[in-house]
Unconditional design. Structure first.
Length: 277
């Protein structure tokens, strides 16, 4: 099942400068460029109009995360999409959460399923109010979000609201997501959002790296799922049996014109019910 996602940006705090810049190979599912201490990653699936998550992307992201875990020079990592309107797995998401760098997600469109799980793996989340919908439709397909949503979301918004949104597969707007703590803040414009992020990251880059790393580690100890939590969900996913799954996904594929940009794909949290008509 293709998993659309949105642009995110990750900020690495002030790092030591006694290592060489990342020496990255070419990736089939990613485009990378480096300038000074900034790494830019464009997720690229030329076979999908919604830039669906692919095996090439997964292999590339796994390799880059591994390199970032050992890197002490990169200060900013910017993730973006070839498809602007669309903003991924379990252990990879856990490794992203546990990076020593401070990570910030920026949403300017749809963020569902794999893209949403990537968003939750980050330390902070900011979004514009216009044209943003966030959510998980996995339960509506007879599946469940295995890569962190069931772990992170109850910690952010509480058990009851997490149950409501995950089980119903409904989208949430940026304004409402801000109100209940799903994201940090929603902005009226991209300009306002990036001004806020620039001010925040300027402060972070001024502080000693040791304090940033220690504070993040202490917060994660109390607020993030453990490796055992992720392994439990993986085991639950493997044991899941739904004989209608292929049929439901087939209907969704037809409704979305094989998961391409259109009315149903853009409003999948609302229109997932059409699979049951």
């Amino acid at each position: 099942m293709p998993l659309p996602w949105l642009a995110i940006q990750a900020l690495a705090g002030l790092l030591l400068t006694n290592a060489l810049a990342l020496d990255l190979p070419g990736y089939a599912g990613l485009k990378t460029s480096q300038h000074n201490n900034i790494l830019e990653i464009t997720l690229h699936n030329p076979t999908s109009t919604v830039n669906a998550w692919s095996q090439d992307m997964h292999v590339g992201m796994t390799d880059i995360v591994r390199r970032l875990q050992e890197d002490n020079e990169t200060k900013v990592v910017i993730f973006k999409s070839d498809v602007p309107r669309f903003f991924y797995y379990a252990m990879l998401m856990m490794n992203i959460t546990n990076l020593s760098q401070v990570t910030i997600g920026v949403v300017e469109g749809r963020a569902r399923n794999a893209g949403h799980e990537l968003l939750l793996a980050l330390d902070m989340r900011f979004a514009v109010k216009k044209d943003v919908l966030i959510g998980e439709t996995e339960t509506g397909f007879g599946n469940f979000p295995v890569a962190g949503t069931c772990q992170h979301l109850p910690r952010l918004i509480g058990r009851g609201l997490a149950m409501e949104y995950i089980l119903s597969s409904q989208d949430i707007t940026a304004k409402e997501a801000e109100r209940i703590g799903w994201i940090n803040k929603a902005f009226d414009s991209s300009k306002e959002m990036y001004a806020h992020i620039d001010k925040l990251t300027s402060r972070l880059s001024t502080f000693p790296r040791s304090g940033l790393v220690a504070s993040k580690k202490a917060i994660n100890l109390r607020a993030s799922p453990s490796r055992e939590d992720f392994l439990h969900d993986i085991a639950l996913f493997k044991a899941l049996s739904n004989p209608d799954f292929s049929k439901i996904v087939g209907r969704i594929a037809t409704l979305t014109n094989n998961f391409t940009i259109g009315e149903v794909e853009l409003n999948l949290g609302r229109d997932v019910m059409l699979a049951y008509d």
